[in-house]
Write a protein that binds this ligand. Structure first.
Ligand SMILES: CC(C)(COP(=O)(O)OP(=O)(O)OC[C@H]1O[C@@H](n2cnc3c(N)ncnc32)[C@H](O)[C@@H]1OP(=O)(O)O)[C@@H](O)C(=O)NCCC(=O)NCCS
Length: 332
C-alpha cells in the first residue's frame, strides 16, 4: 500500500483539460488570496494548456503530477526540463484544496531525485520572492537564491514611436543556422545550453528540421510553437552576441529567455521585440543589477509588478553577461 495519500505519475494527453483547470485555479487563487487584486491568468482556464503543449512537445513525459488516491482528482503538477548540463523546474502548481499537505514537496523531491540519478550537477528555477509558500518549498529543499529580478510590465501602445536603441539594426529573426552560436553564447554567459529550446522557437510550421522526439505530442493542439519568436543580435564577424525568445499567448506575454554579452545588446533585442507586442502588454524579468536595462524599461513606461529569484540547487557560476529568464520556455 502507498505510504502517501496520493499517486505520483507523469501527465498524459488525457489529463490536459484537468491540468489546465488546476493550473489556472492554483495561480489565480494564490494571487487573489495574497492581494494581487486580479486574476494572475487573465485568459480562459483551458488556455493555460499552452504550458503542457509546449513543455510536453519539447521533452515528452517530463512532468510529475499528484492524484488523490481516493477520488482520482489531480492535486498538483510540475514540469521539469533536462537539458545538456542542467535540469530546470517549472511551472509548479498545487490546487488550493490541497495546499500544505506535502504535494509540492513530493514533486520537488521527485525532480531532485531525477537530477541526481541522471548525474546533473544543478537544478534551476525562477521563483517568486513574494510567495512565501513557494519560497519555503524550494528553500527547504536546498535551492539557494542567486539572482534578484525586477518583474516589469509595459503596456505597449499601438502608436507610441518609442525611442530606438543603438544596435537595433543588428537584430534579425533567428534562423536554424544560428542554433549552435546561440548555444555557445549561453554556455559562455550562463554555463548552460539548450539547443532544442532555441530550435523549437525558430522552426516555423511546415519546415522539416522539427524536433524528432515528439511527433505525437506535436499533434495535441495546433502548432503551439507559433506563439514563440526568436531573434538574434549579429556582430561584425557574423557571430551571435545576443538572442531573445518571446512568447505571445493569451495566458502569457513575456520576453525571454534573453542572453546577451552586454546590457546595450539586450536593450537592442528588447526594443526590436517590443514591436511584436504593439497594442497589448508584455512582462520582463530583468536582473536588478542590470541597471541600464531597468532604467531603459522605465523610460519605455514599465511598471514593477513582482520580484523573482533565480534559485539553484547544486552548482552555479555567476553570469558573465545578461540572462533574462522566462516562464515559457522555463529558463535554467
Ligand atoms: C507553492 C505551492 C506549490 C506549494 O505547494 P504545497 O503542496 O502547498 O507545499 P507543501 O505542502 O509541499 O509544502 C512545502 C514545504 O514548504 C513549507 N512551507 C510552506 N509554506 C511555508 C511558510 N509560509 N513558511 C515556512 N514553511 C512553509 C511546508 O511546511 C513544507 O515543508 P516541510 O515538508 O519541510 O514541512 C502552492 O502554494 C501553490 O500551488 N501555489 C500557487 C502556485 C505557485 O505559487 N507556484 C509557484 C510559483 S513560483
Amino acid at each position: 500500500m502507498s505510504s502517501k495519500p496520493f499517486l505520483l505519475r507523469p501527465l498524459c494527453d488525457s489529463d490536459v483539460l484537468e491540468y489546465a483547470e488546476m493550473l489556472y485555479t492554483s495561480f489565480n487563487a494564490w494571487y487573489w488570496k495574497h492581494g494581487w487584486g486580479k486574476d494572475y491568468f487573465g485568459c480562459r482556464p483551458e488556455e493555460t494548456a499552452i504550458f503542457y503543449d509546449i513543455y510536453n512537445d519539447l521533452t515528452p513525459g517530463h512532468s510529475i503530477a499528484a492524484f488523490d488516491n481516493n477520488t482520482g482528482r489531480m492535486m498538483g503538477a510540475c514540469f521539469y526540463h533536462p537539458r545538456e548540463y542542467h535540469v530546470s523546474l517549472g511551472i509548479m502548481s498545487v490546487h488550493p484544496d490541497y495546499w500544505r499537505r506535502g504535494v509540492g514537496k513530493a514533486m520537488v523531491d521527485h525532480i531532485l531525485s531525477f537530477t541526481q540519478e541522471n548525474n546533473y550537477k544543478a537544478c534551476r528555477l525562477v521563483g517568486s520572492a513574494i510567495n512565501m509558500n513557494s519560497f519555503s518549498l524550494y528553500n527547504r529543499s536546498g535551492f539557494i537564491p542567486r539572482v534578484i529580478h525586477n518583474d516589469m510590465v509595459i503596456n505597449v501602445s499601438g502608436d507610441n514611436p518609442y525611442t530606438h536603441a543603438p544596435g537595433e539594426d543588428r537584430v534579425r529573426d533567428a534562423a536554424i543556422k544560428d542554433v549552435s552560436g546561440m548555444g555557445d553564447l549561453e554556455m559562455e554567459v550562463s554555463g548552460i545550453r539548450r539547443e532544442r529550446d532555441y530550435r523549437y522557437a525558430i522552426v516555423r510550421p511546415g519546415e522539416s528540421a522539427l524536433l524528432s522526439e515528439s511527433p505525437k505530442a506535436a499533434c495535441v493542439r495546433k502548432n503551439p510553437r507559433e506563439v514563440l519568436h526568436a531573434s538574434v543580435y549579429e556582430n561584425d564577424q557574423k557571430g551571435i552576441d545576443g538572442f531573445m525568445i518571446s512568447v505571445k499567448h493569451s495566458a502569457l506575454n513575456m520576453m525571454g529567455p534573453c542572453v546577451a554579452r552586454t546590457e546595450e545588446i539586450a536593450i537592442a533585442l528588447i526594443r526590436r521585440e517590443l514591436e511584436r507586442f504593439r497594442g497589448t502588454w508584455v512582462l520582463f524579468v530583468v536582473p536588478v543589477e542590470k541597471r541600464k536595462m531597468v532604467e531603459q524599461l522605465y523610460k519605455w513606461g514599465a511598471v514593477n509588478v513582482e520580484t523573482h529569484l533565480k534559485q539553484v540547487w547544486g552548482e552555479f557560476q555567476p553570469f558573465k553577461g545578461v540572462n533574462m529568464p522566462s516562464f515559457l520556455p522555463e529558463t535554467g
